[in-house]
Design a protein around this ligand. Structure first.
Ligand code: DAH
Length: 339
């Protein structure tokens, strides 16, 4: 009889099915009220006392094995159903794809490019690692010129000087060296200055440089282009040009737009004046044209330069320049709807 029970234990261990019906049949066969185990417990009464211990243990083992088998087979079926719930229906809509958004600096840069493209300016680019000639000397900033201090420079090597460009004006030099007038180009790019980082200044930022060279270009042409730009970019058509100084332009000016004083923010950002400075500009200095092999007796031109961060901060009311570089998705996600 012991042998018979051991055989049954093996049978239980080897039993496999994935049908709930079969499991139930199996359960009734072994554990049911008229099942094998019930019979065995009845027979147990007739087992001689000295064998009772061994018998009892073996029957219990069979009972335990049968119960465990029923449970594991049931669990297997349940988890298969769950999996089917997740992956089973292939016609279900897929998980929504999280779309990224363009960085506000790229958005504003593209917008500036688009505005100038419409009046015939093409885009040109230059290297971020520059030499002294293109960043300074050709732009009428010879060695020891005091205006070099206006732009705190990151030097990479001395003699010959290699540096991180401090402005995108270096690209106008490269462009003039390679191209004949008429020239109409804008040069967006990243620039570097050895400055303390604060809410208003960063050591890495972006600029767009503009350059227009042709015969008979006058300050009036510059002013008209600036007016067009401010109208398209900000929807504002009142500007003023304040005399200023840049070594590469003569005369030079700073461009302010009339932002208005309608809200508290307007008051704050314009310091109560209503006016905001947005860029530098001027007529290209004849020395610069000469340095770039363009005859200043034949050609004249204007140039301008603006900071992209500054314009983005104005357009989107961003209070701190550092937000552009933190890559906090809570900030970046807010630009999803802007194309
Ligand atoms: N390069 C100047 C700067 O980084 C900006 C600038 C001013 C560019 C006047 C120009 C210009 O082309 O005419 O501050």
């Amino acid at each position: 009889m012991l042998e018979k029970i051991t055989e049954l234990i093996n049978e239980v261990k080897n039993f496999e099915t994935s049908s709930a019906e079969e499991i139930e049949k199996f359960r009734i066969k072994y554990l049911g009220s008229k099942g094998i185990l019930k019979d065995l417990f009845t027979d147990f009464k007739n087992v001689p006392n000295e064998q009772k211990k061994e018998f009892g243990q073996t029957i219990n083992l069979l009972k335990k094995s049968a119960e465990e088998k029923v449970n594991t087979l049931k669990e297997a079926i349940e988890s298969a159903v769950e999996e089917k719930g997740v992956y089973g229906d292939l016609t279900r809509p897929s998980e929504p794809i999280q779309l990224g958004s363009r960085h506000p600096i790229s958005l504003v840069k593209n917008q500036i490019i688009e505005v100038f493209n419409r009046i015939g300016f093409t885009v040109s680019e230059g290297p971020e690692i520059e030499d002294d000639w293109h960043n300074f000397t050709a732009l009428n900033l010879p060695e020891y010129h005091p205006a070099r201090d206006m732009q705190d420079t990151f030097f990479i090597e001395k003699n010959p000087d290699t540096l991180l460009r401090t402005h995108t004006s270096s690209v106008q030099v490269r462009y003039m060296e390679k191209n004949e007038p008429p020239i109409r180009t804008i040069s967006p790019g990243r620039v570097f200055r050895n400055e303390d980082i604060s809410a208003r200044a960063h050591c890495i930022f972006h600029q767009v440089e503009g350059l227009y060279i042709d015969t008979d270009v006058s300050f009036a042409d510059l002013k008209q282009t600036l007016l067009y730009f401010t109208k398209e970019m900000f929807g504002k058509s009142k500007i003023r040009l304040r005399p200023s100084y840049f070594p590469f332009t003569e005369p030079s000016a700073e461009v302010d737009i009339y932002w208005g004083l309608e809200t508290e923010t307007d008051y704050r950002i314009t310091k109560g004046t209503g006016w905001l400075e947005i860029m530098g500009c001027g007529m290209v200095d004849p020395n610069v044209l000469k340095n770039c092999n363009i005859d200043p007796t034949k050609y004249s031109g204007y140039a301008f330069g603006m900071g992209i961060e500054r314009i983005a901060m104005l357009l989107y009311q961003i209070p701190d320049i550092r937000m552009f570089y933190e890559n906090d998705v809570r900030f970046l996600e807010q630009f999803k709807s802007v194309i």
